[in-house]
Ligand binder design. Structure first.
Ligand code: ADP
Length: 595
């Protein structure tokens, strides 16, 4: 590859030599034409002086010999028809060619002064001719007076100065060549210095160490300084862009929303960690389409819609994965980098996981439906029996008593439901202030619970027994623990046959406090065990209602256990009895709320 120096040198040298040659050529041509022009002018002046010698005053011109002596001139007198009437060097009576067509003769016959230059091959010298029109006494053109002279060839004439001239031209070429060499070297040095600076910028993109080299030409120095400035500016912009990129990456990585950005062909070029998790993309790094990544035609259609309409779209989608149904609110917007851009360069999707919200909403709807359902039966019964009573004759005490009994039982059922609902609300509503945890004697709490169920137990002749160390204390929400104990004891009594034993046991391990309630009642078939702690779940709906149950007791117990960062367990066999356990950690985190 050529260097700047050699390329420059070659071009400039060729240019310099060409300029010298062209200049020399032009000078010689000018000198040549000046040489002949001067000679013709002199010849014409001479012709003007000589012409009157051929004219006799008051007469027409005519042939006649006038001797020009030993001069270099030759004259010719030519009549209008081109006939040579007299010639200083030829015998006019001889056979002389008609001169009418000679250009210089033609010009004079037209009334102008003519001139011509012709080369005599025999003498090897150029001849110069000038012509003047000759007028008769009447003032008409009679003919032409021609004066000619041979002059030395221009090149022969300047032969003596050719050598110095060529020497001068060679000297000029040499000097020009030297200057060209110096110029090329200086240019290539400056460019090389600049190249050094540019290389330093490339090697060190942060540009901090790039310094100006010592350029001795102002413009080069300015250019170099501009380059250094540009490098510094570039470096600061790169740093800014990198910082911006890192900030954006941190935000994207920390976002709880799944973010997907894609081009117009819906090929993903940005997937944040949350999105990778949602769509189980693992460490896939190659190009992947939206459809291949999400398997959602709904998302694909939305992205296409955004590209066509160029406006944002919002929708809810449900994805069915290994973890079950997941609900998302999707916000899809066109990706427009430049405000003047007409066509979006892609689509960005932000997906918020609203599974919990949807589930909560479902729970709320189910809850309202369940409560309504639970209330409808007792209300209908109360309404039916009260209407019945109105029609019952007052003297039928048996019927009246039966009706009132049913009404009272259903009213009690409704009251139980309302109480349980209120307890649930107290447990769940964060706005209701809750008393703090206290170190309480668990035996005393159990005693209070026993008292609450003693009447029912007595009715069924059920003996209640308690086991556990005396003086066992724990950090608990007292009233809630009593409520949980009552619920378990109440169930044990409710679902045990008359006379069966019901017991409660309290004990501790290293890590936990156990509160157990056991019975030898009807027990719970295995397939229901998983669900008995759900709200309104009953193994036997009619039996529960009959016993005044609401279907909320065990869910309240679980809630209370969770409130103490504990849990509930049940062990039961149909027809053999059940054992329910509330297991509380020995050192619950007081401030942790589990609502
Ligand atoms: P309920 O008000 O109906 O008793 P719970 O939430 O307290 O509601 O209990 C849910 C269901 O679990 C009951 O309907 C009953 O079928 C079953 N159950 C609860 N405790 C016992 C128990 N000790 N023995 C047998 N079944 C029980």
């Amino acid at each position: 590859m050529k260097t700047l120096f050699t390329a420059n040198l070659r071009v400039l040298l060729i240019s310099a030599v060409s300029i010298v040659l062209v200049f020399t050529g032009v000078v010689l041509l000018c000198m040549n034409s000046l040489y002949y022009e001067t000679n013709i002018r002199n010849l014409r002046d001479t012709a003007r002086i000589l012409l009157p010698l051929f004219m006799k005053p008051g007469q027409d011109p005519g042939p006649g010999m006038v001797s020009l002596g030993d001069t270099p001139y030759r004259y010719t007198l030519i009549r209008q028809d081109g006939m040579v009437m007299a010639d200083s060097h030829l015998d006019a009576s001889g056979d002389i060619e008609n001169h009418q067509e000679r250009p210089e003769v033609k010009a004079a016959l037209a009334g102008r002064e003519g001139s011509a230059r012709r080369y005599s091959r025999s003498l090897d010298v150029p001849f110069l001719y000038v012509t003047l029109p000759v007028y008769d006494s009447a003032g008409n053109i009679w003919g032409v007076f021609r004066l000619s002279q041979h002059v030395p060839n221009f090149w022969q004439r300047i032969a003596s100065i050719t050598r110095p001239f060529l020497f001068l031209a060679a000297l000029v070429t040499l000097v020009a060549g030297g200057m060209v060499y110096l110029f090329s070297r200086s240019l290539s040095r400056s460019v090389n210095r600049l190249l050094g600076v540019a290389q330093a910028v490339t090697d060190n993109p942060h540009g901090l160490a790039v310094r100006s080299s010592a350029q001795d030409i102002k413009e080069w120095s300015l250019l170099e300084r501009a380059l250094c400035g540009m490098a510094a500016e570039l470096s600061s912009r790169i740093s800014q862009a990198q910082a911006e990129g890192r900030r954006l990456e941190t935000i994207l990585n920390g976002m709880n929303e799944a973010v997907l950005a894609m081009d117009t062909k819906l090929m993903l070029h940005l997937v944040n960690p949350k999105a990778r998790g949602v769509f189980a993309l693992g460490e896939i790094t190659g190009p992947i389409s939206l459809l291949a990544a999400t398997h959602s035609t709904e998302l694909e259609a939305t992205a296409q819609q955004v590209l066509i309409r160029k406006t944002a779209e919002e929708l809810h989608i449900t994805l069915h994965g290994a973890a079950g149904a997941q609900h998302f609110r999707v916000f899809a917007a066109p990706l427009i980098a430049d405000q003047d851009q007409i066509r979006p360069e892609g689509v960005v999707m932000v997906m918020s996981d609203i599974t919990r919200l949807v589930k909560l909403e479902q729970v709320r709807t189910d809850f309202v439906a369940n409560v309504s359902h639970e209330l409808r039966t007792p209300i209908q019964l109360v309404k039916g029996f009260s209407e019945n009573l109105l029609d019952t004759p007052l003297d039928d005490p048996v019927e009246i008593r039966h009706g009132l009994g049913i009404m009272a039982k259903n009213a009690q059922g409704m009251e139980n439901l309302i109480n349980d609902l209120l307890t649930l609300v107290r447990l769940e509503d964060e706005r209701i202030p809750r008393p703090g945890m206290e170190e309480l004697d668990i035996g005393s709490l159990l005693e209070e619970a026993f008292e609450a169920v003693s009447l029912q137990a007595k009715k069924k002749e059920i003996r209640l027994s308690a086991y556990g160390p005396l003086g066992l204390t724990a950090q608990v929400y007292g009233s809630f623990i009593i409520q949980a104990m009552i619920n378990l004891l109440d169930n044990a009594v409710k679902y045990s046959p008359p006379g069966a034993p019901v017991w409660a046991r309290v004990f501790t391990t290293d890590a936990a406090l156990f509160i157990q309630v056991g019975d030898r009642g009807m027990g719970i078939p295995g397939e229901h065990l998983e669900r008995v702690f759900e709200r309104f779940y009953r193994v036997n709906r009619a039996r529960s209602r009959e016993a005044g149950g609401t279907g909320l007791g065990l869910s309240i117990v679980r809630h209370i256990a969770l409130m103490h960062q504990g849990r509930v367990e049940v062990e039961s066999h149909a027809g053999e009895g059940s054992v329910f356990s509330i297991i509380l950690p020995r050192e619950p985190l007081e401030n942790q709320d589990t609502r």
